[in-house]
Ligand binder design. Structure first.
Ligand SMILES: [Mg+2]
Ligand SMILES: [Zn+2]
Length: 162
């Protein structure tokens, strides 16, 4: 079975300036390459799981998202970090979808399409909704990073101790 770490994007891997989507605003957060490298070497598969309601709200387009995402994936790939999928919710909150975090829809998608074993997988994110999604999906655990959580190195320590 496949153990994944599901990664939030904004505020976890890249600086979150609020609906960030312009390549000019792209900033990889410190410690990301080292942290993800450790997870990969430990045998975890990685996927990004991200709410992008800016698309549903009409603030930016799917193509803007893809362009920004390509920049991130290219940096990670050059550092030897494969991201197996970028799973996104493009909906605005009032659309009532089942994929907007904290709903577990994107993790269910990862189970179906990527063969993720959710019970042995982890979530890494900077928001309460990331942690809540992990609980709803029955994941092994979740670690909150960022100003209200721990730093990425500590988060990886927690996951690797599991
Ligand atoms: Mg976030
Ligand atoms: Zn959605």
């Amino acid at each position: 079975m496949s153990r994944f770490v599901f990664l939030d994007r904004d505020g976890t891997l890249v600086e979150d300036t609020g609906y960030v989507h312009r390549v000019e605003d792209y900033r990889l957060l410190p410690g990301v390459l080292e942290a993800l490298g450790r997870l990969v070497r430990a045998g975890f598969r990685l996927a990004i799981v991200t709410n992008q309601s800016g698309i549903g709200r009409g603030y930016f387009t799917r193509q803007d998202f893809e362009r920004f995402q390509d920049r991130l994936l290219s940096d990670l790939s050059q550092a030897g970090i494969p991201i197996e999928a970028s799973l996104l919710c493009p909906h605005s909150p009032d659309e009532g979808c089942s994929c907007r975090k904290p709903a577990a829809g994107l993790l269910e998608q990862a189970r179906r399409e990527l063969g993720a074993d959710l019970a042995s997988s982890w979530v890494l994110g900077d928001a309460v909704r990331d942690v809540e999604m992990a609980h709803r999906a029955g994941c092994a655990g979740a670690v909150r990073v960022g100003p209200e959580g721990v730093d990425l190195a500590k988060a990886v320590d927690t996951i690797l101790a599991d």
